[in-house]
Design a protein around this ligand. Structure first.
Ligand code: ARG
Length: 575
């Protein structure tokens, strides 16, 4: 249990109640809370209720603010209250309250974050690569961004179900089956199975272009598979098994775990029923042999739910998936993470799901595709970046850095560190940008020790930990928890304020589906820490001050570590 509500929560409660009682507004439904200021000149938190209430109270905002300040009795954690500009009310927290708050966090694994998700289930549908095809760059981003959202929601206390909606069904399997039987290379299947399956598929597809009988037999094999023919079924299962095995190697390297691997095929039995439901509601109609949902009045093109050959579509499966998830998990929301190219698909099927009365809160989190400047990757082939090779290259580059910065470190440790740094660098590049902005990947940026990058934060964390260790070595007998933490110096105050805002960063990142809010927070924190470190003495400070600063330092380390963990980025104590 967290010991205290955050200052923002406590202050918002207080201003809301106090405003209501001073002005007799018990039932007013207006936001009277506070928000953090972005400039220390204006205190730590600001309330702009005076502006909000000016119409209701028929008074000038400054007058409202003044009356409020005169009448209200300040809570003990507020040092000073001021009116600024047209009627902003600014609050300065007391240093003693800040110090007490930071100390209270030391035993709180949530670092002050409320478990607002307790008792609620969220399904997060991410990664979702397609069977028998190597993961492409879009799947990597979905995996990394989806996993960060997953971690953020778990941290807020939600029951998260991370579901990998594999593309494991569809007409391509007919071509794949006959291609496999005709073109497969047993050796290649052993060394790089998914790549080989894709090669086989491409060969089969090319052959189908001008070979009618090849096309016919692909269709026949597909029908056999759909009807449960044991031989084709076994082959299909083998494709899935080989693919998942390879995907799992990547997930393992990325530190990503799913609760479920339910591919599209899992919902097959539900598809005819979904069509019946659509028809019963009068939502589906025939058009040129196909069955469609007309979404014109919602400004969208028609959505095909059954093709003229009787096959179902991606959208039909997604509708069935929502139905199944609602039945089984009653989720508070379902979050889908894919690249921007699927926006229309999600809009169409969300609308259809709503019209169908599936009653689910569906959210599509989309991201732009990362741009890869020509020659960024030595492993680039055609347009496909092999993810495993990308991760190898990241680790190799990180190893070079580690070897030159820590030449005396044992080799095993260097490798372990290089893994954390290399993988961290790739992830952080994905996570530190607004997901919807266009990102160009460069190794210089990803591995930049000076800038906003994973290695920068990982080094900052290790440096902070080492201060604490040095202290321990010099003063082995002092129990830090017995020493008081005091906030006196201006820079100590800035650091403490930043630490106290960790819960708000978690909430904002989760609620807006933007892990980059957490990344920004951590980068700011590391920078404030670094000016703290440069501006005041630590180990050379007088007794008392010294212990207090080491405690602040320890809290900063804990916050950085936890924040990076929420982004799926590992830390090491020694760098
Ligand atoms: N397999 C899809 C793709 O590769 C992604 C699946 C996303 N999830 C979903 N429920 N549609 O594009």
């Amino acid at each position: 249990m967290r010991p205290f509500a955050t200052f923002e929560e406590r202050l918002s409660d207080w201003t809301t109640n106090a405003m209501k009682s001073v002005f007799g507004l018990e039932d007013a439904e207006v936001n009277l809370g506070v928000a953090p200021t972005n400039n220390e000149k204006f205190g730590d938190y600001q309330c702009n209720a005076a502006m909000t209430l000016t119409k209701l109270l028929k008074k000038a905002p400054r007058q409202i603010a003044q009356e409020f300040v005169d009448a209200a009795e300040l809570p003990e954690f507020v040092e000073k209250i001021e009116i600024a500009g047209p009627g902003f009310i600014n609050f300065h927290l007391s240093n003693a309250a800040l110090a007490e708050y930071i100390q209270s966090l030391e035993n709180d694994p949530s670092l002050g974050t409320a478990r607002v998700g307790e008792g609620k289930t969220v399904v997060i549908d991410y990664s979702g690569p397609n069977v028998a095809k190597p993961m492409h760059i879009g799947h990597i981003r979905s995996t990394v961004i989806g996993n960060a959202i997953d971690r953020l929601y778990r941290f807020l206390g939600y029951d998260v179900i991370a579901d990998n909606h594999l593309g494991d069904w569809g007409t391509q399997f007919g071509l794949m089956m006959i291609g496999y039987r005709e073109f497969r290379d047993e050796e290649a299947l052993k060394t790089a199975p998914v790549e080989e399956l894709e090669r086989v598929y491409v060969a089969s597809y090319n052959k189908s272009k001008d070979d009618v009988s090849w096309r016919e037999s692909a269709k026949a094999e597909l029908v056999k598979l759909q009807q449960g023919d044991p031989e084709n079924r076994a082959l299909w299962e083998q494709f899935i098994e080989l693919s998942i095995k390879e995907f799992d190697v990547i997930y393992d390297r990325l530190g990503v775990k799913f609760d479920l691997y339910r591919g599209e095929s899992f919902y097959n039995d539900r598809l005819p029923k979904i069509i019946e439901r659509l028809e019963a509601k009068g939502l589906a109609k025939e058009s040129e042999g196909a069955l469609i949902v007309d979404l014109e009045e919602y400004g969208m093109p028609i959505c095909i739910v059954r093709k003229s050959d009787g096959g179902y579509n991606y959208a039909t499966t997604d509708l069935a998936t929502v139905e199944a998830r609602v039945e089984e998990f009653a989720p508070e929301r379902v979050i889908y993470v894919t690249d921007e190219r699927q926006q229309l698909h999600f809009k169409q099927f969300f609308k259809t799901s709503e019209l169908l009365g599936l009653n689910a809160n569906l959210v599509h989190v989309w991201f732009g595709l990362m741009r890869l400047p020509e020659a960024t990757f030595s492993t680039r082939e055609g347009n496909v970046i092999k993810l495993a090779a990308l991760l190898d290259e990241a680790e190799a580059r990180a190893l070079e850095m580690v070897e030159s910065s820590s030449p005396d470190m044992p080799e095993e440790q260097q490798k372990d560190l290089a893994k954390a740094i290399g993988i961290g660098a790739i992830k952080y590049t994905d996570l530190s940008q607004n997901p919807q902005s266009l990102v160009t990947f460069t190794w210089e940026k990803a591995l930049n020790m000076e800038g906003n990058s994973a290695p920068y934060l990982q080094y900052a964390y290790a440096r902070i930990s080492s201060v604490h260790d040095k202290y321990r070595a010099q003063y082995p007998d002092t129990d830090l928890n017995e020493c008081s933490l005091n906030i006196e110096h201006e820079i100590e105050r800035r650091l403490a304020i930043k630490l106290s805002r960790f819960p708000a960063a978690v909430r904002a990142a989760a609620e807006n589906y933007r892990p980059n809010i957490m990344a920004d927070y951590l980068y700011d924190l590391a920078q404030i820490y670094s000016s703290f470190y440069q501006n005041v003495p630590f180990l050379k400070a007088p007794e008392g001050e010294r212990e207090s600063r080491i405690r602040l330092c320890r809290s900063t380390a804990a916050t950085l570590k936890q924040g990076l963990e929420l982004l799926g980025i590992e830390t090491r104590e020694r760098i």
